[in-house]
Design a protein around this ligand. Structure first.
Ligand code: SF4
Ligand code: SF4
Length: 280
């Protein structure tokens, strides 16, 4: 399923993207994978990188361009990305193992040396991983970075670890220690793909909403909460329109988007008073 529908790219989209480093560059060590596909006004990845290895430029809605030859794989850009779209990968980190670094905002944090269930972009457990490093700092504003070593070939498939409360932890000994065939991984149930990441709404939830009578984005929103999270529908609105279009046969341009309500920012009383006095 393409990224516009399910919200995350498949392996083909990653390796076919112009940001994907050449084989030569990948052989040199850590590199970055940027899974950012929405043209939103955002550029902290560009400003944080002191190697100028990521370019957004102007307008700020440009998709980031990765200049892999300038990147030293420091991983500073991982925690700064509000979309949690940046990953560091090192192929052949150890004999028979790759390394993958990803943002991690759950508690409790895993422990160094711990063997954990590693999940793919769809949240499915695909192999075991060993926690190699955890980077956490006040300046990272509660976004920790976890580095996991995984079986060779899994560096661009593993994207996180299963929540520690999951019963998968009890079965970690039974997990594959070598990379499963890609066909196995791609047997994801497409309906379980997340459409709205803020509110964890799946494709199936949208199908159910349509079944229940939703014919536009607002109809899906009031039944599922899709679009009510922090990003206010920036990443899911178009996907929901496409799903409604596919399910109902209506042309996408006839499916009404949601009404926009800009986020409210807290304002102190002094600023309100000053504004009022200036008007007087
Ligand atoms: S890993 Fe470091 S050098 Fe590479 S793009 Fe990110 S911040 Fe820049
Ligand atoms: S910081 Fe993340 S979401 Fe923002 S442009 Fe860069 S990669 Fe995309």
């Amino acid at each position: 399923m393409p990224v516009e529908i399910c919200g995350y790219p498949d392996l083909e989209e990653i390796t076919g993207n112009s940001n994907f480093p050449s084989e030569q560059r990948r052989a040199k060590g850590k590199y970055v994978i940027i899974e950012c596909y929405q043209e939103i006004p955002c550029n902290p990845c560009e400003t944080i990188c002191n190697k100028n290895a990521i370019k957004v430029g102007s307008p700020i809605t440009n998709l980031p361009v990765y200049i892999s030859d300038q990147c030293n794989g420091c991983g500073v850009c991982i925690a700064v990305c509000p979309g949690q779209a940046i990953f560091v990968v090192e192929e052949n980190y150890e004999k028979k193992r790759d390394l993958v670094g990803f943002p991690y905002e759950y508690l409790p944090l895993p422990e160094k040396g711990q063997t954990v269930p590693a999940v793919n972009r769809a949240g499915e457990v695909v192999c075991e991983g060993i926690v190699e490093r955890i980077i956490t700092a006040k300046s990272m504003d509660k976004t920790n970075v976890v580095y996991l070593s995984v079986p060779r070939g899994m560096g661009n498939i593993v994207r996180s670890i299963k929540n520690r409360k999951s019963s998968s932890y009890e079965h970690v000994d039974n997990m594959p220690v070598s990379a499963p065939a890609v066909e196995t991984i791609e047997k994801t149930r497409p309906e379980d793909a997340i459409v709205c990441r803020c509110e964890e709404v799946t494709v199936q939830d949208v199908y159910d909403a349509i079944e229940d009578g939703a014919i536009d984005v607002r109809g899906v929103k009031i039944r599922t909460r899709a679009g009510m999270g922090l990003c206010q529908g920036k990443s899911c609105e178009k996907q929901i329109q496409k799903i409604i279009s596919q399910k109902t046969g209506a042309a996408p341009e006839t499916i009404l988007p949601d009404k926009k309500r800009p986020p409210v920012r807290a304002i102190d009383v002094y600023s309100m008073m000053r504004n009022r006095n200036e008007k007087d």
